[in-house]
Write a protein that binds this ligand. Structure first.
Ligand SMILES: NC(=O)c1ccc[n+]([C@@H]2O[C@H](COP(=O)([O-])OP(=O)(O)OC[C@H]3O[C@@H](n4cnc5c(N)ncnc54)[C@H](OP(=O)(O)O)[C@@H]3O)[C@@H](O)[C@H]2O)c1
Length: 243
């Protein structure tokens, strides 16, 4: 399925317990070219064989460091996908108005959508291969694009994804100095039928993808991405979305 990383590539998915992360994990686990796949969650997923579970929590720095150590211990990963994220949950609802903004929700959005993924990327960037192609991709969202924002609202989620996009661009610039074959990407998966989007699907006019469909499209984007794409926010169709 992934054709540009050679036979026997190594991959890692953070957020393998989620809708998209689970589908990405299943797709990579079925790729004969994938020699080893690390699949991580707050509760480690139940996997076996070429798929090895690991534990991490985006709010726990020690767990992030040890997860990155596990993934890189016996060789550099060729493909890393950070598929975590939060839009709603206990004490967190996307704000329709600035009047609804409160510190706990804003903090939670930044911890999960920005700080956690940024720390994972920062710890893994130095450990990806220098002499061959690699991709580190973070699931972001089109609503994190400042240029694309015509509707407003969802303040915490939008702002946390916009900050994530900035860090991806920063990491890509830094990475290019030492790792000319490496690609660091933010990805927009489209609207996907997962627990994250389910409360907000009513009235959506465009297509809603199944997690498996979205995973296949995202893996095709990762497979096709070149160092010229590094630092970009790419949609499920491979098109760059302006920041
Ligand atoms: N679905 C969509 O329509 C859509 C659209 C645009 C962008 N996205 C982005 O795509 C990504 C994946 O979303 P999804 O739809 O697959 O959502 P999901 O099904 O709700 O999965 C979210 C994942 O994030 C993990 N997570 C949340 N808080 C965490 C923490 N503190 N530590 C470790 N893991 C944590 C969850 O772990 P647990 O299983 O332990 O809760 C789960 O694995 C997100 O970044 C989202 O913003 C999704």
């Amino acid at each position: 399925m992934l054709t540009t990383f050679g036979n026997g590539y190594r991959a890692a998915v953070f957020g393998a317990t989620g809708g998209l992360g689970g589908a990405l994990t299943a797709a990579l686990a079925n790729d004969p070219a994938c020699a080893l796949l690390y699949a991580g969650g707050r509760t480690p997923p139940s996997v076996s064989g070429r798929v090895r579970p690991f534990q991490f929590d985006l709010a726990d720095d020690v767990s992030l460091t040890s997860a990155c150590d596990v993934i890189a211990a016996d060789g550099a990963p060729d493909v890393v996908i950070i598929a975590t994220g939060v839009l709603h949950g206990p004490g967190l609802q996307p704000e329709k108005s600035a009047r609804h903004m409160e510190r706990p929700a804003l903090s939670q959005a930044f911890v999960v959508n920005t700080i956690g993924p940024a720390l994972i990327a920062a710890r893994l960037l130095a450990r990806i291969p220098r002499n061959r192609r690699s991709v580190l991709a973070v699931l972001s969202a089109r609503v994190g694009s400042i240029a694309d924002n015509q509707l407003g609202g969802w303040h915490s989620y939008r702002a946390s994804k916009a900050a994530l996009n900035m860090l991806v661009r920063n990491f890509a610039i830094e990475l290019a100095r030492t790792h000319p074959h490496a690609v660091c990407l933010a990805l927009h998966p489209g609207t996907v039928d997962t627990s994250l989007s389910r409360p907000f699907q009513a009235g959506i006019a465009h297509e809603i993808f199944s997690p498996a469909e979205a995973a296949a499209k995202l893996l095709a984007v990762i497979d096709a991405a070149s160092p010229a794409d590094s630092g970009r926010l790419l949609g499920w169709d491979g098109q760059a979305i302006p920041y």
